[in-house]
Structure formats: C-alpha cells, structure tokens
Design a protein around this ligand. Structure first.
Ligand SMILES: Cc1cc2nc3c(=O)[nH]c(=O)nc-3n(C[C@H](O)[C@H](O)[C@H](O)COP(=O)(O)O)c2cc1C
Length: 326
C-alpha cells in the first residue's frame, strides 16, 4: 500500500490539510468542502479507540469514521489511554480503507486530559511511547502512523517533547503552535514550529512536519511553508470564513448569495440522507453563517433559520427564500 505521507501526496508543496474539528468536519461537511475546493488530505474527528473496539460503544463512535470516496485520501484520528486498544483499533482502521492513523496528543479538553489522554500524554512520555509502539504494531506496516500534538503542556517544550516524538520514526507530526494550557488563546507560535523542523533535520529523521495554527488563506500557508520549511500546513477554523478556501482560483467575495444558499441546501440534503435521526439536527446550526452571509438580509434570515428545529422545514425555508428573494 502506498504511504500517503512519504509519497508527499504526489509531490504537492506544501501539503494542505483540512484540520479535524470535532462536531464540525464529519463526512457530510468534508464532502461539501471537497466540492468547493479540495484539500490534499482530510482527517476524521477524533475517535476513541476503546469505544471503537467495544461492542457497546462501537455504534456511537463509528459514525465519526464514516467517509465517502470523495474524501479520499483520509486519515482516521484516534485518542485514548490504553495501548492495547490502539493496536486493535489500528487493525480495524486498516480494513475500513483509511490512508493512515493519527494519534491525538493535542486536545486540551479537561475531561480527556484528566484521564491521561490527548495532550495529557505530553506529561506522560512513557505511556505516549507505548501507545505509538502498539499503534504501529496494529498497523503492521500497512498504515502510516502520525501524531497531532502541541508545543508542550504548561509551557513551550519543543526540544524536549517534539525531540522525544522524533525518536519513533513516525510518518508525520502535526504541531499546533500553542501549548495545551493555552487552549486557543494567544497567537500560534510559528517560530517554534520552525524550530521543530530544524530539530527534525538535525536528527535526519524522515518524519514530515506539518504546521498548524491561525492560518486563514492558502497564501498564508505558502508564506509559512517558505519561511519555516514545514512539509505541510493544516488549516482548521478558517473554513468557517471561506468554504472555498482550498481552491485558490475562487474569490469567495465574488460568489453570489444564491450559490452559497444552494450549497446550504446541498449540505442540508446530504445531512438528512447521511444522518437522518442518528444526529441531533441542532448540530447543523453552526454551519449557517458560512452560507448565509454577504447580503443585507443575511443576519435576519440566519435568525429565522436558527429557530427551525426540523431538517425538512429548514430545507423548504431555504428553497423558498432562494425562489422568493434572490
Ligand atoms: C470545534 C473544534 C474542534 C476540534 N476538534 C479537534 C479534533 O477532533 N482533533 C484534533 O486533533 N484537533 C481538533 N481541533 C483543533 C484543530 O484541529 C486545530 O488544531 C486548531 O483549531 C488550530 O488550527 P486553526 O487555527 O487553523 O483553527 C478542534 C478545533 C476546533 C475549533
């Protein structure tokens, strides 16, 4: 099987990746993004390894790993604190057709950190190393293994922490340029991401370094690539401001309101087809601003839409609005 990281996704530079965002970048939204401008690589939302392999938890977490061919190549991102469960999860993930498995060592959420998972692993290198080893064992050379992390836990620990991760011959390390306790406060520290690249070069490791944090446009990603020599750039929240982000030929300011509302209709229809009753419809409301913006009545129409609690009514309201007003 082709190693998606080491093949550098066909030589594109920098590799542009849509960041995983739990509750946001599900299969439905990733398909919409693909149609508007496709990144080189997608990640799934983070998925708990123990839930995935257990009979009881499987159905509730497996929907996070749903994907369609349109989203390929795609990496399954996982989290947890039990190394054996990572091994079993990696075996399952191979059979699901993913292009890689990524271990979340960056989420700062108290609930997960308290259990020693995610960015809690920055404080527990022994467990982090067991998790990487068991994931690799499960992957058995058939699935690339990567880690997404931060610069440190309480403070910046680039040399200590990234230096440690570089010992494991990972296919890629994505670094969100903040430490865990910072959550999303302050600016992402790209100088430290650049330091991680130099550290990698010094050790002659083949691990790709992907930078992440506060990037708003492809141009900005290109600048970071040129200045810090990262192999790739991962972009998260900027997709809320510009759904056409990954297509450098589309000027989102020039996209007509009607076209954006038509995209919302597509998103709603795919949501209905994919999730039906399996997800709470209120999850959909966070997306409205992406599509309902840039025209004088947008805010009033958004206010109307958020009051609606059924997908059928939302679809007919948006269709009606397109016909009547635009
Ligand atoms: C709503 C939300 C959910 C997120 N969920 C995940 C996740 O499941 N896994 C992960 O590794 N990072 C997650 N992140 C972090 C992002 O992947 C990314 O590292 C962070 O937003 C910084 O990048 P940005 O400034 O480009 O948004 C999430 C971020 C947000 C805002």
């Amino acid at each position: 099987m082709k190693n998606i990281w080491q093949s550098r996704l066909g030589g594109t530079k920098p590799i542009l990746i849509q960041a995983p965002m739990e509750g946001v970048t599900d299969t439905v939204f990733r398909q919409v993004i693909s149609k508007c401008g496709k990144p080189d690589l997608f990640f799934t939302e983070f998925t708990n390894v123990s839930g995935l392999i257990s009979e009881k938890g499987h159905d509730s977490v497996a929907k996070r790993l749903k994907f369609s061919p349109l989203e390929k190549p795609i990496i399954a991102q996982v989290w947890g604190n039990n190394p054996q469960d990572y091994e079993k999860a990696a075996k399952l993930i191979i059979h699901m057709g993913f292009d890689g498995i990524d271990i979340n060592m960056g989420c700062p959420d108290r609930k997960v950190v308290k259990k020693g998972s995610c960015s809690g692993l920055i404080n527990n290198p022994k467990l982090a190393s067991e998790i990487i080893k068991m994931t690799k064992k499960g992957a058995g050379g058939n699935l690339p293994v990567s880690v997404k992390t931060r610069l440190g836990y309480n403070k910046i620990q680039t040399e200590e922490w990234i230096g440690f991760l570089l010992k494991f011959d990972l296919d890629a390390i994505t670094i969100h340029g903040r430490f865990s306790r910072q959550m999303s406060r302050g600016d992402a520290d790209w100088e430290e991401i650049g330091k991680a690249v130099r550290l990698r070069d010094k050790t002659k490791s083949k691990t790709l370094i992907i930078g992440n944090g506060d990037i708003k446009t492809i141009q900005e990603a290109q600048e970071k690539y040129e200045k810090y020599l990262v192999d790739g750039v991962m972009i998260g929240r900027a997709i809320f401001k510009n759904i056409f982000l990954f297509d450098k030929n589309i000027d989102s300011e020039k996209v007509k309101p009607k076209e954006k509302l038509q995209l919302l209709l597509d998103h709603l229809a795919l949501w209905k087809k994919t999730w039906g009753d399996a997800k709470n419809f209120s999850d959909m409301k966070k997306f409205y601003k992406i599509y309902v913006s840039g025209f004088p009545e947008a805010s009033d129409f958004r206010n109307k839409l958020v009051q609606i609690n059924s997908i059928e009514e939302a679809i007919s309201t948006v269709s009606g609005y397109i016909k009547t007003f635009l």
